[in-house]
Ligand binder design. Structure first.
Ligand SMILES: *[C@@H]1O[C@H](CO)[C@@H](O)[C@H](O)[C@H]1NC(C)=O
Ligand SMILES: *[C@@H]1O[C@H](CO)[C@@H](O)[C@H](O)[C@H]1NC(C)=O
Ligand SMILES: *[C@@H]1O[C@H](CO)[C@@H](O)[C@H](O)[C@H]1NC(C)=O
Ligand SMILES: *[C@@H]1O[C@H](CO)[C@@H](O)[C@H](O)[C@H]1NC(C)=O
Ligand SMILES: *[C@@H]1O[C@H](CO)[C@@H](O)[C@H](O)[C@H]1NC(C)=O
Ligand SMILES: *[C@@H]1O[C@H](CO)[C@@H](O)[C@H](O)[C@H]1NC(C)=O
Ligand SMILES: *[C@@H]1O[C@H](CO)[C@@H](O)[C@H](O)[C@H]1NC(C)=O
Ligand SMILES: *[C@@H]1O[C@H](CO)[C@@H](O)[C@H](O)[C@H]1NC(C)=O
Length: 361
């Protein structure tokens, strides 16, 4: 009896051990295959009332967390109080994979290096510890990410990591944002990996009003709500803009803006209020062109204001391009080739950054 029991127990154990081994081997192969099949990831971007732009990720097994989208931060940060070890424990991140048109399911990646800060920050700078670099390297994705910043009216914008296509709904069918861009030369800040453009001048309504010294830079910043200009650029720019818009009735300034117009007095087109175009003229001859929608902001019930602010004289960069000026513009950060794919405003195509279909397939 005993030996029968023993041999049965033995067989069961052998079977159990074998099937456990087999199952875990299967599931790890399965996970590996899933990861190999992932070509791109996607997450939403929301604009809060206070003009903070956040994305949403699942961190460890908690609910989704909102993280500030920061193009110039070199790290992925969480509140210091989350950690017993203030310089990071290892963290797992869950994010949707995508086929470029819809989310295709959660992917959990392990062992992210993190930093501690007052708040959660999704750093996207060119640094091994940024969220973008860690996602791309863990899945061996194509070394690029694309960002489409929402305005106050759209429920959410979108960020893609990895291979195109990056499709949003045009009114009736999808358009691939990676096909509507031209490339601008991108300069990487040697210390923090933030992204810069080299400026040669500034033009208003196709007339150059300022030319800059060689090496003048513009930082791309999603944590500055509006573009900041160094005072020696800001003043002549506002003067020229004032002259070019004498036809529109003025109202008192609304902090932090100086030049404000009577709400309702400026005619609007598909690309926003009808005001002179602004060209940030770049090294190489191309421009970052800013249309009315990214120029004029509603600052109060009765005021529409020129959405640029005076940054004073002590700025590291002559210009800091802020988030409002990026809204409804698609930006592709091609890390491999150090270049920026730039769509200018996609409102021209009757599309906007709220057009990604976040329904899973
Ligand atoms: C943000 O806006 C919503 C809707 O307009 C409003 O209900 C809410 O109180 C606002 N929150 C803050 C912090 O201003
Ligand atoms: C991360 O995932 C691994 C594997 O599932 C798990 O063992 C670990 O506890 C997770 N880490 C945290 C902080 O949840
Ligand atoms: C993935 O997308 C689905 C559908 O939009 C959403 O419900 C889910 O929360 C997303 N997963 C993560 C980790 O954000
Ligand atoms: C993450 O941190 C570990 C330990 O400090 C380090 O060995 C590793 O190189 C870091 N990974 C990246 C991508 O920087
Ligand atoms: C905290 O995060 C903000 C936004 O990314 C950044 O400006 C600041 O330098 C960070 N602080 C520290 C101590 O890292
Ligand atoms: C850039 O802007 C300037 C000033 O508006 C204009 O003269 C020039 O033709 C533009 N360059 C391109 C390539 O569009
Ligand atoms: C822009 O320039 C064109 C051609 O030089 C001119 O006709 C037009 O009045 C200008 N618009 C403004 C707002 O200055
Ligand atoms: C979004 O995608 C889902 C899943 O493919 C589809 O059923 C739905 O019609 C799409 N919505 C729009 C507005 O295209």
């Amino acid at each position: 009896m005993g030996s029968v029991l023993n041999s049965t127990t033995f067989s069961v154990l052998v079977l159990l051990t074998f099937s456990l081994f087999f199952t875990s081997k299967q599931s790890s192969i399965h996970a590996q295959e899933l990861h190999n099949a992932v070509k791109a990831l996607v997450a939403p971007i929301k604009k809060t009332n206070s003009s903070v732009y956040t994305t949403s990720l699942k961190i460890n097994s908690n609910q989704n967390q909102q993280l500030i989208v920061d193009l110039s931060s070199p790290v992925l940060s969480f509140p210091c109080c989350w950690f017993s070890n203030p310089n990071g424990i290892q963290t797992n991140v869950t994010i949707n994979s995508t086929n470029g048109r819809n989310p295709t399911g959660d992917v959990t990646l392990q062992s992210f290096n993190t930093s501690c800060n007052e708040t959660s920050v999704a750093g996207l700078a060119r640094s091994p510890q940024s969220l973008s670099s860690q996602l791309i390297s863990k899945l061996s994705l194509k070394n690029q990410f694309g960002i489409c910043m929402p305005d106050s009216l759209s429920p959410q914008g979108v960020i893609f990591f990895g291979s195109e296509p990056y499709e949003i709904m045009w009114p009736y069918y999808p358009v691939d944002l990676s096909k509507v861009i031209t490339y601008l030369p991108l300069v990487i800040h040697p210390e923090d990996g933030s992204y810069m453009l080299t400026l040669t001048g500034l033009a208003l309504n196709y007339t150059q009003i300022l030319s800059f010294k060689p090496g003048t830079t513009a930082l791309l910043s999603t944590t500055n709500p509006y573009t900041k200009l160094r005072s020696d650029i800001y003043h002549p720019f506002v003067d020229a803009f004032t002259k070019a818009t004498v036809a529109y009735p003025r109202v008192s300034s609304v902090e932090p803006f100086e030049l404000c117009f009577n709400y309702g007095s400026i005619p609007a087109s598909r690309v926003g209020y009808y005001v002179p175009l602004i060209d940030l003229m770049l090294d190489g001859g191309k421009n970052w062109t800013i249309f009315g929608y990214n120029t004029i902001t509603r600052a109060s019930e009765e005021a529409l204001c020129l959405g640029f602010v005076d940054g004073g004289m002590n700025m590291e960069h002559a210009v800091v391009i802020g988030a409002f000026q990026m809204e409804n513009n698609f930006l592709l950060f091609d890390e491999e080739k150090s270049r920026l794919g730039f769509s200018s405003t996609i409102l021209f195509m009757r599309a906007n950054c709220g057009g990604f279909n976040f329904t899973s397939v």
